[in-house]
Structures are given as C-alpha cells and as structure tokens.
Design a protein around this ligand. Structure first.
Ligand code: MD3
Ligand code: FE
Length: 220
C-alpha cells in the first residue's frame, strides 16, 4: 500500500473482534459537516450534565437527537421520547448523520441499520466514562455505531464479564467504531480525557453513538 500525506481515503475496515469493526478516519473528510450538525442541534437541545441513579453527576455532558433520547436520573437509565430539560421532543436526527451512520454500519457488514436515536457525549479534560455495558436497548441484535471527533482518547474495551481483562485502544478524530454480534454486550469505557488542542474542537472530544433503541433489527 502506498502512503501519502495527501491521502484522505479512509483506511480499510479493521476487525477488532467478532462483530466489532473499526473504520479509521471514516468521518475525517467530512468532519466540518459533522461538527456543524452537532452545533446546530445545540440550539434546540444543549449538552448538560446528568445525574446517575446513585445521585452523583456524570463527568461527561450529553444530549440526544432522534425519536428517542438516552436519559439518566435518580430513577435509573432509560430512553425517553421527551427531553426532561424542555418537556418537548428531541430534535430530529439530521439526514446527514443518519445516512453516514447507516453507511458506516453497512461498511462493517450490518445492512438494515436504521438508528432511532443518537446520543452525543461531550468530554472535556478529566471527563471519563467508567466500565459499563449498553443494555437499555430493545434488540441486542442491532449494532451500535460510534463516531469520535476532536481530541483523541483511550478507549477501554473489556470482555463480556466485568472482571475480564481490558484492552486500551486509541480513538482519534474521525474514527468510527461499529459493534454488534457477539461483542454487543462488551464492557467498555473511556479513560480521563487528557489536555490538548484540536483544530476544530479545541479542548473537547465529542462522541456520537447511533442506536436502535426501540426498533427491531434489521429494520424493514
Ligand atoms: C462497545 N460512549 O455512550 S463509544 C456510551 O466514547 C459510550 O463516549 C463511549 O460508551 C464514548 O455508552 C464509547 C464506543 C462504544 C459504544 C457502545 C458500545 C463501544 C461499545 C456498545 C457495546 C460495546
Ligand atoms: Fe457505552
């Protein structure tokens, strides 16, 4: 393979495990549009810090778009059709975001992925996400598509049991990760974000996760 400084082609899909595919740089060429779309969503539904059921605050700020939004409060974690901040619905999922997520899923071998929600996480230096599983969705046959923008992070990728060993994987601006199949319920997390400067997002990292919260997979 020939490497060029001017090469903006995304790398070939990298298989991390059964059902887990890393598309390095899949979102890099259109990163400006990704950022502009998230900024536009902020007007209707800004990032805010949610409480976890134990009463503490998350260090990551979140918002959602689409039919459903992921929320956390004293009552637990769940998907809600209403944004508790406004009482209204979530902003619609922009067509660009939905179609890019669908294309990434297809490139990873998951045809029929039609997300009904996108959770957007904002990390600032020190923000982290402890080891957890994503298990609030209706159909674990549906994959999750994750898009990383801005500062890079160390992603923690464990196994199907909490005590399994954890791999550390660098996730960089533009990387897209697709998880499904046998690794759908893998424990994962994010190490505290390090200080840094990114030309588009300054000292922030944004992560978008596209999910089928309520719909069965594949969509029909
Ligand atoms: C592996 N977000 O929002 S994305 C989350 O970078 C979350 O903000 C992280 O974990 C972030 O729930 C990691 C990558 C990811 C997302 C979902 C997964 C990896 C996953 C579900 C199952 C296994
Ligand atoms: Fe997660």
């Amino acid at each position: 393979m020939t490497l060029s400084l001017f090469d903006t082609e995304p790398a070939a899909p990298e298989r991390l495990d059964v059902g887990a595919v890393l598309l390095r740089g899949f979102a890099t060429a259109q990163a400006g549009q990704w950022v502009a779309e998230v900024q536009a969503l902020q007007a209707a539904s800004p990032f805010r810090i949610m409480q976890v059921p134990g009463g503490k605050s998350m260090s990551v700020a979140t918002t959602s778009c689409g039919e459903w939004g992921w929320i956390s409060d004293a009552g637990g974690y769940r998907y809600s059709a209403a944004n508790p901040q406004t009482g209204g619905s979530w902003p619609a999922m922009p067509v660009f975001l939905a179609s890019q997520a669908q294309a990434a899923a297809r490139a990873a071998g998951y045809a029929g992925f039609v997300p009904d929600t996108c959770l957007i996480n904002r990390y600032r230096p020190g923000a982290r996400m402890g080891l957890h599983r994503d298990q609030d969705e209706a159909d674990f046959a549906a994959p999750i598509v994750s898009v990383s923008l801005g500062l890079g992070c160390t992603f923690l990728w464990g196994g199907l049991r909490r005590q399994d060993p954890v791999r550390r994987i660098a996730l960089l601006h533009g990387d897209v990760l697709v998880w499904g199949g046998p690794t759908r319920l893998t424990y994962h997390g994010v190490s505290p974000l390090k200080e840094g400067h990114h030309h588009l997002l300054a000292d922030e990292r944004w992560n978008l996760t596209f999910r089928m919260a309520k719909a069965g997979y594949p969509a029909r």
